[in-house]
Design a protein around this ligand. Structure first.
Ligand SMILES: CC(C)(COP(=O)(O)OP(=O)(O)OC[C@H]1O[C@@H](n2cnc3c(N)ncnc32)[C@H](O)[C@@H]1OP(=O)(O)O)[C@@H](O)C(=O)NCCC(=O)NCCS
Length: 149
């Protein structure tokens, strides 16, 4: 990957990372408390169909994270989905996002999946060119419906 910082370590997210993960979730546009992130990470760690990885800088600072899930459907074979990805705004464009996606793709292959996708908001134009450069192609555009229960 071009411009990748060799000293960045990509590793599984652990409990100690929750504060950094919460801060970066805010940068992604999903403000989250440390307690919320801790509960979510606990659930992820107990589920073989999900994974979360962080990017750690040489000083130990967590500068990005990716969350992936296996998506199951009666209509199609299981596939991997990038359900969250963010890199610290101070270090974007240095290859960290590419490293996180690469690690996520390896995880997906390891659990036997052959397709990976991501839903990205129509507003995130820079993220779209990022995914295209990594070999992702637009499959379809959708409206996303929600209902509060
Ligand atoms: C998208 C994102 C994860 C990419 O991480 P990254 O470490 O900057 O990515 P890389 O350095 O590996 O790749 C850089 C490419 O990402 C894209 N990019 C998207 N947003 C960018 C930003 N704010 N700054 C720099 N590059 C950005 C560009 O296409 C860039 O390519 P270029 O350098 O040729 O212009 C990161 O920019 C980010 O966290 N953006 C905000 C949150 C977001 O959109 N997440 C994806 C949700 S689906």
């Amino acid at each position: 990957l071009k411009r990748a910082i060799p000293s960045i370590e990509i590793r599984a997210a652990v409990n100690n990372d929750v504060e950094a993960i919460a801060r970066l979730a805010g940068e992604l546009g999903y403000p989250s408390t440390v307690a919320q992130v801790r509960a979510r990470l606990d659930a992820i760690e107990g589920d073989a169909q999900q994974a979360a990885f962080v990017a750690e800088a040489p000083g130990g600072e967590v500068v990005g994270w990716i969350h992936l899930s296996q998506v199951c459907s009666l209509a199609s074979d299981p596939r991997a989905e990038i359900t969250g990805l963010v890199v610290d705004s101070g270090i974007r464009g240095a290859g960290v996002g590419g490293l996180l996606v690469e690690r996520g793709e390896t995880w997906a292959r390891e659990i036997g999946l052959t397709t990976i996708g991501v839903h990205s908001n129509i507003m995130r134009e820079r993220a779209h060119s990022f995914y295209m450069r990594l070999g992702y192609a637009v499959n379809k555009s959708q409206k996303v419906f929600r209902k509060t229960l």
